[in-house]
Design a protein around this ligand. Sequence first.
Ligand code: ZN
Length: 382
Amino acid sequence: MTRTEKLLAELIALPSVNPAFAPPDGASARPARSLYGEKNVADFLAAAAAAAGLEVEFQTVLPGRANVIARLLPKNKIQQTVLLAPHLDTVGADDSQFVPRRKNGRLHGRGACDTKGSVAAMLTALCELAASKSRPLATEIAFAGLIDEEQAQAGSRTLAAGGFQADLAIVGEPTHLQAVTAHKGSLWLRMETHGLAAHGATPQLGKNAVLEMARVVEVLETGYAMQLRRRKHKLLGTATVNVGKISGGAQPNIVPDYCTIEIDRRTLPGETENSVRRELAALLAEKKLCAKISSAKLAPALPLETDPKLPLVRQFFRSLGQTRPAGVDYFCDAAVLSAAGIPSVVFGPGGIAQAHTADEWISLAQLERAKGLLLNFLKSLS
Ligand SMILES: [Zn+2]
């Protein structure tokens, strides 16, 4: 068993489900075993990093929840910083997924690819670099195990807000070892229609908010969706819209005076919440529909677009043997760090198709290759 695989197996056996996915108090028969929160994993990684001679600190983000940051300082004055940034939290799972299982060259378990595989590859590469003679002389390498990526990205937002700066961040997500420079943003909007309540026996005296919303949904899912399909990005394809939730009305014999929907609008680089809200308002006005639009997410989930020509990004591409940039559909911490001025790419072992599934797994060959590629890149730094 390689050092990377051993570390990944240990991480899978330490559950770190995002507390946002915990059942409400008292709703679970489960004993208070700590399935939830990143603390056990963060403590474990801190000890491993300290044992390898790295400088370790915790950055408290939320009560009982901290990013763990480990640094390898160069011998000379720091000229640049490269950040390795996977996340420590996972989505929920049944108990069997917290027992790592090796089968046919794969390691199964919650977090195997999203993103404890990246954690294991990145930290092992950094520990091996610390023990190697060919260390960068003027580049600081930092590892940040971030909390809360799966819910509100509080970990990366706090790291960025704390003024952390780097010349390149490699954000760990399962990309099958491709360096990704672009992803879509995810904008959640709420729309409300208002009508006039009346007795169900005399509907002509009321105004039906559900009917108005049905027309809004029709416009969004047909004309608007078609308009978005014409808006293309060369790495990301098209912007999309999904009406994911609807609720309205109280009972059959009352004309509903209120209806609300929530939509997920996947944005392309260049699109902002304001630009999307403006185009939706214009579209509704044109169709003579009336709906109030508001935000349905606490924190913005922006699109990512990093210039592949930046020197460190090019160096990473060269080191991977990758000739052109790639894009992915899903949002991650990279956009948060990028918005704070840290050029960010996404890279990690495993495939997003296995993430969040009932049987998450990672290819052990790819896991080991990730560690090797990262170590080579880190060794190539000045
Ligand atoms: Zn995920």
